[in-house]
Design a binder for this molecule. Structure first.
Ligand SMILES: Cc1ncc(COP(=O)(O)O)c(C=O)c1O
Length: 398
């Protein structure tokens, strides 16, 4: 260990760095087609409506909107979230059980803070959301990876790791990041059954749930396993990510601890942006806005799927998401996605190799593609380039 490294905690030293951020630097070159990002499409940000909402907030509340505020969050915004759960998902979520957070990413950190001691078990999807792996890593858990497929979680494996009494089971059941898969209704019931009667907490992280472009919605774990489930929501994908607004829904005894952790972390989420988003939601039809996003992402996803069918060599498989922003590609066994990345970047196309989405696997033969930020024509060109690169590398067995 270098001398200057010894000042850092073990906690931070063990956290994986975001490989994605490194890749995004490469993608700044405008001639590179990037399927690597994980960002919502900036062209769809409702800028004018947010400007208007901001003026109204200042006119109505003046200086008070810049004052410190309460830890739980803006009451009207929490009311709105509660009413929307009732209206859209038929879920009864009392306002007292909602805490506004600085993005759902903060929700993950707060849950790590209140639940995890060193070595505690955390079931993580494989492949899983890198941000969750990072957030929980700070609390030095033992990760218990359970693979996901087009059906959802591998329930046999889950049942087997339940013998280790994990504190948390982390899931993204709708249009998962990174794979784009959704858990089937049956899978949700089977996962719930595996946790029934235990004290394990199931985290249902659902930032993409509203972005469904095909198929039917399924039950929330909140319905199937109400006492054990904590829900995470976000305004990042349907309004803007830059406001950093998300929320946690948790049973009362958990909520008390979360509020203490929230106070210790940052006192409260920015009151200013909460007020603006609430004003925006009052004045605009969010469902219409979501429909616009879904139309664009749905078309782009379709363009990616049909180009892959046309340009990818045999032996490459991929998921077919019903919503969200990502899909997952599995390369032939002999192809390492990191090696493909080196080749593809020369052909000016980038993606995220699978490695960072696993807690204990490297040189994997899979990768994530993002379709939210690239227009249909560019998608076709990019997938053609990628197909050529896969053909080259698979042919050489490199
Ligand atoms: C599965 C998942 N959870 C949480 C987040 C964090 O979102 P937020 O902007 O609400 O912090 C993301 C962002 O990409 C995500 O994909």
């Amino acid at each position: 260990m270098k001398k200057q490294d010894s000042v850092f905690s073990d906690r931070i030293t063990d956290v994986p760095r975001s490989f994605i951020r490194e890749i995004l630097k490469v993608a700044l070159d405008p001639s590179v087609i990037s399927f690597a990002g994980g960002l919502p499409n900036r062209a769809l940000f409702p800028v004018e409506a947010l400007k208007e909402a901001t003026s109204k907030v200042f006119d109505a509340h003046g200086r008070d909107v810049l004052q410190y505020s309460n830890s739980e969050g803006y009451p009207e915004l929490r009311d709105y979230i509660s009413a929307r759960y009732r209206e859209k998902s038929n879920l009864d979520v009392p306002v007292e059980n909602i805490l506004i957070t600085s993005g759902s990413q903060q929700g993950l950190d707060l849950l790590g803070k209140i639940f995890l001691n060193d070595g505690d078990g955390v079931v993580i999807e494989e492949p899983g959301y890198l941000g969750a792996i990072q957030a929980f890593s700070l609390y030095k858990p033992e990760f218990l990876p359970v693979s996901v497929s087009s059906q959802g979680m591998d329930v046999e494996r889950l049942s087997s790791v339940m013998s280790k009494c994990p504190k948390l089971v982390y899931t993204v059941p709708n249009f998962q990041n990174p794979s784009g898969i959704s858990y089937t209704e049956q899978n949700r019931r089977d996962v719930s059954r595996a946790l029934e009667g235990t004290s394990t907490i199931l985290i249902e992280d659902n930032p993409y749930g509203d972005l469904r472009f095909t198929g039917e919605p399924h039950s929330s774990f909140k319905e199937l396993l109400p006492d054990n489930t904590v829900l995470l929501g976000s305004f990042s994908k349907c309004i803007v990510p830059g406001f950093r607004l998300g929320w946690i829904v948790a049973p009362t005894h958990i909520m008390k601890k979360l509020i203490t952790a929230k106070q210790a972390t940052d006192l409260h989420t920015t009151h200013f942006t909460q007020s603006i988003v609430y004003q925006y939601l009052r004045d605009n039809n969010i469902d219409e806005h979501i429909k616009t996003i879904i139309d664009v992402y749905g078309r782009q996803c379709q363009a990616m799927l049909s180009s892959m069918q046309k340009y990818f060599p045999p032996g490459v498989t991929y998921t077919e998401p019903e919503g969200g922003m990502f899909l997952w590609v599995e390369l032939p066994q002999n192809v390492v996605a990191l090696d493909l990345f080196e080749l593809a970047i020369k052909d000016k196309v980038v993606f995220v190799p699978g490695d960072p989405f696993y807690v204990n696997r490297t040189r994997t033969n899979d990768l994530r593609l993002n379709f939210s930020c690239v227009d249909e024509e560019t998608i076709v060109t990019g997938i053609q380039r990628l197909g050529n690169a896969i053909g080259k590398i698979a042919g050489t067995g490199a």
